[in-house]
Design a protein around this ligand. Structure first.
Ligand SMILES: *Cc1c(COP(=O)(O)O)cnc(C)c1O
Length: 373
């Protein structure tokens, strides 16, 4: 079978079996209830919460709105310490909630926010920390919690990459005041567009639900200025079916990641992410770091040589968020403040990874790396 004119992209959406989905759609057509917390929304909210072992889940239309609402629900304004090594939505959400992102450098091994640098970024205006579990690897949650408590800061995790990330047999969603997930098409698990907010605080979940639905607490009462961030029945039904096949997808990704690891681990000038003790994740990405001096060619040259063979790798996360126009004027965006992040952003390349990737295709990808040595 010829796929996409033989093009290999960095990912492919995990699609639920169509015949099952059609059955659910027929039910929705019969119910004549297509959004506003219908039967499928309620069911999916419960199921995903149990599946991910989170607490008090609120579904959202997408991950960005989920982040904005999470920040709003805790009345976060002022300065929010975050990482420049993420998708731009992390900083955008802080801006839309009325705050200012403050960029903190990252760690060399996990590529997550460096807890040892967080305290030096705290000022009188700091109200919260918004770290990201980049590529599904957990942040140093213990250390970050200590810092947040010591300085009385709110802690919100952007867990967009951390679908089913477990730390010592505990869900990563158990950390922080709030943890936010994205179910966008490019993530391991998707509802086409979608997101979710998790919190241990039941009262906070109520507030989050109001904020997602214009601020309504009942048909005639508005408790505050909310927004419209509801997930609809078409998405929720899709999510319910996607959940049935997601463990199989995660298993396939594990095999692919192990294959890459085996082939790439001894190549001079390419670094892969070490497995972290006590951590399992869903392999949302397979990043490699290229050292031009040792490998022979640069990250950009390797990217181009993949492209010539119709393989579309991605430079996640290049450029850093701190280089984008809305943020580069911030004092924390200076390269001097972000030495590790700058170095990593110029070296990283994410290889294709998704369940349907064949071993023929994987060999083709690895061969291109070998040819360029
Ligand atoms: C995908 C992503 C988001 C945004 O999620 P959407 O559902 O696309 O709005 C936020 N943060 C990170 C780290 C992401 O990768």
């Amino acid at each position: 079978m010829i796929k996409n004119n033989n093009k290999i992209f960095v990912t492919e959406p995990t699609l639920p079996p169509l015949t099952d989905y059609v059955k659910f759609l027929e039910k929705i057509w019969k119910n004549k209830w297509i959004t506003n917390k219908g039967e499928f929304h309620k069911k999916f909210e419960k199921k995903i919460c149990n599946f991910l072992r989170g607490n008090n889940c609120s579904l959202c239309a997408n991950g960005t709105l989920a982040l904005i609402i999470a920040l709003k629900s805790l009345d976060i304004k002022g300065e929010v310490i975050t990482t420049p090594f993420s998708f731009v939505a992390t900083a955008n959400a802080i801006h839309w909630a009325g705050g200012t992102p403050v960029f903190c450098d990252i760690e060399n091994n996990t590529l997550n926010i460096n807890p040892e640098k967080i305290e030096s970024m705290i000022t009188k205006k700091t109200t919260a920390i918004l770290p990201v579990h980049v590529y599904g690897n957990p942040c140093d949650v213990k250390r970050i919690k200590e810092i947040a408590e010591k300085h009385d800061l709110k802690l919100i995790y952007d867990s967009a990459h951390a679908f089913k990330t477990m730390l010592n047999n505990e869900s990563i969603l158990q950390y922080g005041d709030i943890s936010v997930m994205s179910f966008h098409a490019t993530k391991v698990f998707n509802t086409i567009e979608g997101g979710a907010i998790f919190t241990k605080d039941k009262k906070l979940k109520n507030k989050i639900d109001f904020l997602c639905n214009f601020g309504f607490s009942d048909k005639e009462t508005i408790i505050g200025p909310g927004i419209n961030a509801k997930m609809n029945e078409i998405q929720a039904a899709y999510g319910l079916i996607c959940l049935k096949i997601i463990n199989e997808e995660i298993e396939k990704r594990k095999k692919i990641a192990d294959f890459y690891r085996g082939k790439i681990k001894d190549i001079n000038g390419i670094k892969i992410m070490n497995k972290i003790k006590g951590v399992t994740h869903s392999n949302p990405y397979f990043p490699i770091l290229i050292n031009k001096e040792k490998f022979g060619i640069s990250r950009d040259e390797l990217y181009e040589s993949f492209k010539k063979k119709n393989i579309y790798t991605r430079k996640y996360f290049y450029p850093l968020i701190s280089h984008f126009k809305p943020y580069r004027c911030l004092s924390s965006a200076s390269s001097k403040n972000l030495k590790v992040a700058e170095k990593i952003a110029n070296a990283v390349l994410c290889l294709p990874i998704y369940g349907n990737l064949s071993f023929d295709e994987l060999n083709k990808i690895v061969d291109i790396i070998m040819e360029n040595r």
